[in-house]
Design a binder for this molecule. Structure first.
Ligand code: ADP
Ligand code: MG
Length: 886
């Protein structure tokens, strides 16, 4: 027998005799470790056992006697598993068992299938004999029932930590086993930080009862390490404190009730084509009938005498209350008495809720209290947040709803805080390189403004001034120009281009569609060339996908030579081998339509060029500052003068003719109209079909006397442009289109926007579409026609009818469907790493932002020792991925 194991046995026995008072060793059990670790390694004990022992004994002093008992039990059990001969009392010469420490979770596929699950360890000779521990009742702060439940469920077979990252506090000079690979592939919101090397990246097979087979099942849930487990939050909770007695439920109510199954059977229906399964549950107050169709196996899974919880709508059948196809799950009776709020986790094949919950309970109750909070005390106090370990515990196994909410707040705070801190860092990186200085004289600017066909609005002037200041700051501009549809962003971008061109440098403008690029091309020509123009017409060029290859060649040559000053295009700009003589200003329009890489690709064609990104997607300011904290923000919340609000009406399909009447009358008045159809499916083919069929039918049957144009996604860019141009030149009265028309298109003479299948569109999209009209001083209208009458009650449509204000709609949209879809590519990336935080929780965002800014002002590099754990956690949150602005 190993002498190191023998020592432990001796100390543990003494502890037991002393009532777990940490007196077996002078100064406490942890004091043996310096010597013991060396001895254990001499004995060639598995490194994971050395680490586990070290972790347990260092934590030992902080525990109450009951927990001490548990922790020694747990430790001993691990030892028995890894060093089975430790269970033998007699000293038998055995070859030391050494298993290589597992450093990385092994994917199921490469795991030899013949590996047996660990056998149940031999009986422990130490802990089980331990009598009831003293003082538990007096110390207990929680309810006796809870305490009892905890004691009975406490892991009896928990964790052997494997060598984890050695944290700075680990003082042992003894050589350790190789460190796990640093820098995990996936990012983890709210990093987990260890006070001691508690091996949160240990693979799950270190949990007793979790063999390779179980581990591979957990892998399918994305759970590879202990840290993954701690952050594997329940997707919902079952609150057994809110239950209703069956006697009190009534017709049409949506409820959850619990009862014991008293009857279950299945029988065929409709000549054997279907089966119906019926069950009755009873909770002592009354019975409730449940029915399911075509789930005959339920007769085997629902067992008479077992308690289940069912959720669903109460309906009536032959005068009796029933629930049809309710959600159900078995209830463990102890849940009713102990954890009244019970977590429900996401499952996968062969993983049962009961098994996973139990495992989670073991992991969370054992590990969460051992974590050191990465948030410095100062921040935690200032933001009034619970401590991390406690928050994790409560997020999984809440004592009450209030504590659960506080826990969720804390974990959500971490996410936003990390997000914000990272964004601030990006901004600093961006500003650390120099930007070329462009100064323009007041007189020059006056002349440019005088040449415009209109007077700039105040917010346009402000945006121009912001940009002018950026251009002479010596740092690269990095600005988001956010303005509602029709607020006039293009002219602002063009004036800025002129400032840069003035000293000979070049500009590139990228738009998501060729229609838009073409439109910008015309705007830039109008604004910048002409009689006293800043540029000659041939110095501004358009480069889109179907620009002829000879013209492309010519543009490439002109750009490389520096003769062309402004190029406007689509992603053709980055796909083409275009080079610039001196690119100093880059504009990305409708930036949410581009990926981070595309923006970076365009920018990299110059050296630290000034960057302006534009979007019509209005988002609440605080949210913008969080998501785009690396960008300066100019908001244009004012429309050019004379613009009228666009009355918006919801028509049922039966009322469609009224819509057509309005279209006719507007056209009679010399105006034009859009009629939009949704993509029926996400395929271009059906897009084509929908729009062409509708176009033909409208032309023949509804508007035979009018000229109808057709625009859809299947057309080549050149064809689209031709149609748009023809529409703008009034060759068509009505443009029938799919959503290709959505972004940015500017045809001021169009005054009706009629949207079919309006219930299929998102709020932001509807708002964008509506923004295609109301672009002159003439009164415009928007008509929304859902597919079916019921959809007229659709919340989005009602919101559209209520307001024209993009900011209000954005708030609504955020509330209704969360930020993911709404915000586009870049944000979707962030949103997936936000498990707890909701970007619509503006208060939380403000709070996290304030704290992040204060921290950044105090210690931007996070060099203060107080912030070292935070720096680690931040690194984990952002992973190795390099961020990009905009
Ligand atoms: P968006 O901000 O949606 O990109 P645009 O730049 O396409 O808007 O401008 C919308 C329309 O408003 C264009 O026809 C443009 O010429 C016009 N416009 C822009 N600024 C003004 C202004 N200050 N006064 C009047 N019309 C303007
Ligand atoms: Mg625009």
């Amino acid at each position: 027998m190993h002498s190191s194991i023998e020592k432990l046995r001796k100390f543990f026995r003494l502890e037991h005799e002393n009532g777990y008072t940490n007196t077996a060793v002078i100064g406490g059990l942890a004091n043996v470790l310096n010597l013991w670790e060396g001895e254990a390694r001499n004995d060639k004990l598995p490194e994971e056992i050395v680490q586990a022992t070290s972790a347990s004994l260092r934590a030992y002093a902080d525990l109450d006697p009951a927990r001490r008992l548990e922790s020694l039990k747990v430790l001993w059990k691990q030892i028995l598993e890894k060093v089975p001969e430790a269970g033998l009392k007699k000293q038998v010469p055995v070859k030391p068992v050494q298993r290589p420490p597992r450093l990385q979770p092994v994917p199921a596929e490469v795991e030899p299938s013949s590996v047996p699950e660990p056998e149940a360890p031999p009986a422990v000779s130490v802990a089980p004999e331990v009598p009831v521990v003293q003082g538990m009742e007096e110390k207990s702060a929680s309810t006796p029932a809870q305490e009892q439940a905890q004691a009975s469920q406490l892991p009896s077979n928990i964790v052997t930590p494997e060598p984890g990252p050695v944290s700075s506090q680990a003082s042992s000079a003894t050589p350790r086993s190789p460190r796990p690979v640093q820098g995990r592939a996936e990012t983890r919101p709210g990093g987990v930080t260890s006070k001691r090397p508690i091996a949160l990246n240990a693979s799950l097979t270190v949990l007793a009862g979790v063999g390779p087979r179980h581990a591979s099942m957990l892998t399918r849930l994305g759970l590879n390490t202990l840290g993954d487990m701690l952050y594997n939050f329940p997707h919902r909770y079952e609150d057994y404190s809110q239950l209703k007695p069956i006697r009190d439920v009534f017709y049409s109510q949506q409820v959850t009730v619990i009862g014991e199954v008293t009857m279950v059977n299945s029988r065929p229906l409709r000549g054997g084509k279907m089966t119906i399964t019926e069950a009755v549950i009873n909770d002592g107050t009354a019975g409730l009938r449940l029915t399911w169709f075509n789930q005959p196996w339920l007769t085997n899974t629902l067992k008479v005498g077992e308690a289940i919880s069912v959720s669903g709508k109460v309906e009536q059948y032959l005068g009796r209350l029933v629930m049809n196809s309710p959600d159900w799950e078995p209830v463990e009776v102890e849940n009713l008495h102990t954890n009244r709020i019970v977590p429900i986790y996401s499952l996968t094949a062969n993983v049962t809720q009961k098994w996973l919950r139990k495992l989670m309970f073991q992991v969370v109750t054992y590990w969460a209290p051992k974590l050191t909070d990465h948030l410095p005390e100062t921040i935690r106090q200032a933001a009034n947040l619970p401590e991390l370990g406690n928050a994790l515990l409560q997020a999984h196994f809440p004592d009450s709803d209030a504590r659960l909410q506080a826990a969720r707040q804390r974990l959500a705070f971490d996410e936003i805080f990390f997000l914000q801190t990272g964004v601030l860092r990006q901004r600093r990186d961006w500003q650390s390189v120099p930007g070329r200085i462009f100064e323009v004289e007041e007189a020059w600017l006056e002349a440019r403004l005088a040449a415009l066909p209109f007077v700039l609005t105040n917010t346009q002037k402000k945006a121009v001034a912001d940009i002018r200041a950026d251009l002479r700051s010596g740092k690269p501009m990095n600005r988001l120009l956010q303005g509602d549809v029709g607020s006039g962003k293009t002219v602002v971008a063009a004036l800025a281009a002129a400032m840069v061109n003035q000293s000979g440098a070049q500009a590139a403008i990228m738009a998501p569609t060729s229609i838009l690029a073409d439109q910008h091309f015309h705007t830039f020509q109008n604004v910048l060339t002409g009689e006293n123009g800043a540029l000659k017409p041939e110095q501004i060029r358009l480069l889109v996908g179907d620009t002829s290859s000879s013209e492309k060649e010519e543009i490439r040559t002109g750009l490389a030579a520096g003769e062309i000053k402004i190029v406007i295009g689509t992603h053709a700009l980055i796909e083409d081998p275009v080079t610039f003589a001196d690119l100093q200003y880059v504009v990305v329009d409708e930036q949410h339509r581009f990926g981070v890489e595309q923006r970076a690709a365009l920018r990299s064609k110059g050296t630290n060029p000034h960057l302006l990104v534009m979007t019509a997607t209005p988002i609440p300011r605080s949210l913008a500052l969080t998501l785009y904290g690396d960008l300066d923000l100019s908001i244009m919340d004012e429309l050019p003068p004379g613009r009228q609000t666009i009355p918006t009406h919801i028509l049922t399909p039966q009322e469609r003719e009224r819509g057509y009447a309005l279209v006719r009358s507007q056209i009679a008045g010399g105006f034009q109209a859009f009629i939009i159809y949704p993509l029926v499916e996400e395929s271009e083919k059906s897009d084509l079909l929908a729009a062409t069929q509708e176009h033909d039918q409208l032309q023949k049957e509804v508007f035979p006397d009018l000229k109808l144009g057709l625009l859809h996604g299947r057309m080549k860019p050149g064809e689209k442009d031709a149609v748009m141009l023809a529409f703008r030149e009034k060759q068509y009265d009505i443009l029938v289109s799919t959503t290709v028309v959505e972004v940015g298109v500017d045809v001021p003479n169009a005054t009706v926007m009629l949207i079919e299948g309006a219930n299929h569109f998102g709020l932001a999209q509807l708002h964008q579409l509506r923004g295609r009209v109301g672009r002159s001083e003439a009164q415009s209208y928007c008509l929304l026609i859902p597919d079916h009458e019921d959809a007229a009650e659709n919340e989005r449509l009602k919101a559209m009818a209520e307001t024209n204000d993009g900011f209000i709609l954005a708030e609504r949209d955020l509330q209704q469907r969360g930020p993911g879809e709404f915000l586009g590519t870049r944000q979707a990336g962030y949103a997936t790493s936000l498990k707890m935080a909701s970007l619509s929780d503006i208060q939380l965002i403000e709070k996290a932002r304030t704290q992040a800014q204060a921290l950044f002002a105090r210690d931007p590099e996070l060099k203060d020792p107080e912030n070292s754990l935070l720096a680690e956690a931040l690194g984990r949150f952002w992973g190795g991925g390099k961020g990009d602005v905009s």
